[in-house]
Design a protein around this ligand. Structure first.
Ligand SMILES: Nc1ncnc2c1ncn2[C@@H]1O[C@H](COP(=O)(O)OP(=O)(O)OP(=O)(O)O)[C@@H](O)[C@H]1O
Ligand SMILES: [Mg+2]
Length: 283
């Protein structure tokens, strides 16, 4: 077993920069800092932390797939080859969603269609259930097509019926991503019985501890008592997002509103605490 001096790693320390997520408002929630004489200064990262694996988790209909689509399309539009691993939705249906999202984001489809690679595992239970084989395929695809960004929707579908193996499976996938410096989004599905926005809520099974950063999405129905706070009618839906830890860089820890527009575009809104302060001061 070889032990390394920090100095030996100097050449291999990856540069940290922002990768535009394609989700308006999300990029502003990550930052680094510089040290000045008068103290430290926050420097917005303007994107997801580069080469990090982001865990996106939430109950059904919270906007996880939409956000991942926006991320994949945005990387493709920047001319970076992107792999979308679809575990639940057949590839043609995913492509349909991607096309609608590209239209809504006003991205040129001709510039994108060659850059997004879809790996469909829907009808391949033997690959889904063999993590060694799946990692081998992923490695090949990443190398063959010079992939820079990955989405897996969802990792939950890879440990169905064998939840005790969840951490081992996710760790193997994480290692492939790290080895190839991928900026990745792993989606996991949360049961509504899991506590709402805690770390345990984040996909359960201790998956969050392995990945670099976790975004927890929630959804609730507005009640009579909360309707004036949200500026919505009772019975309307409110969605939120919170960064539930990020080991790569600084981040906004607050719960933010999350809007899904009619065109299916997800955007991050103001922090709930900022909204409450606004109401208090009557602005
Ligand atoms: N144009 C649109 N296209 C698709 N979804 C839209 C659109 N407009 C609004 N939506 C809302 O976004 C939701 C889809 O969100 P999304 O598919 O990202 O959910 P999810 O969190 O991935 O859910 P699941 O865990 O079931 O996969 C729809 O159920 C709908 O409420
Ligand atoms: Mg989904």
């Amino acid at each position: 077993m070889r032990v390394l001096k920090l100095k030996e790693l100097e050449e291999r320390i990856p540069k940290l920069f922002g990768i535009p997520s394609g989700v308006p408002g999300l990029d502003d929630l990550f930052f680094t800092f510089t040290m000045e004489e008068e103290g430290y200064r926050k420097v917005p990262l303007k994107g997801l932390p580069s080469a990090s694996v982001v865990h996106l988790t939430g109950v059904p209909d919270t906007g996880k797939t939409l956000m991942a689509e926006q991320f994949a399309l945005t990387q493709a539009a920047r001319q970076f080859a992107t792999l979308f691993v679809t575990v639940e939705v057949p590839a043609p249906f995913l492509a349909q969603g991607l096309r609608q999202r590209a239209q809504a984001l006003r991205l040129a489809w001709e510039e994108i269609e060659d850059k997004v690679f879809l790996l469909e595992l829907v009808r391949l239970p033997e690959v889904r259930e063999n993590i060694g084989e799946l990692c081998h395929h992923l490695t090949q695809i990443i190398r063959d097509h010079n992939i820079k960004a990955c989405v897996i929707d969802s990792i939950t579908g890879l440990y169905e019926g064998k939840e005790t193996a969840a951490r081992t499976i996710v760790r193997r996938l994480y290692e492939v991503m790290k080895e190839h410096y991928q900026t990745a989004i792993f989606i996991s599905q949360k049961r509504s019985s899991h506590e709402e926005i805690s770390a345990e809520a984040a996909g359960g099974y201790g998956v969050s501890h392995i990945l670099d950063c976790t975004l927890v999405l929630t959804k609730m129905v507005v009640s009579r008592s909360t309707s004036s706070f949200y500026g919505k009618e009772p019975g309307d839906i409110v969605r939120t997002v919170r960064i539930d830890g990020c080991r790569v860089c600084g981040h906004d820890p607050r719960v933010h509103l999350l809007e899904i527009e009619e065109t299916g575009i997800v955007r991050v809104g103001p922090a709930l605490s900022a909204k409450a302060a606004e109401l208090r001061t009557g602005r």
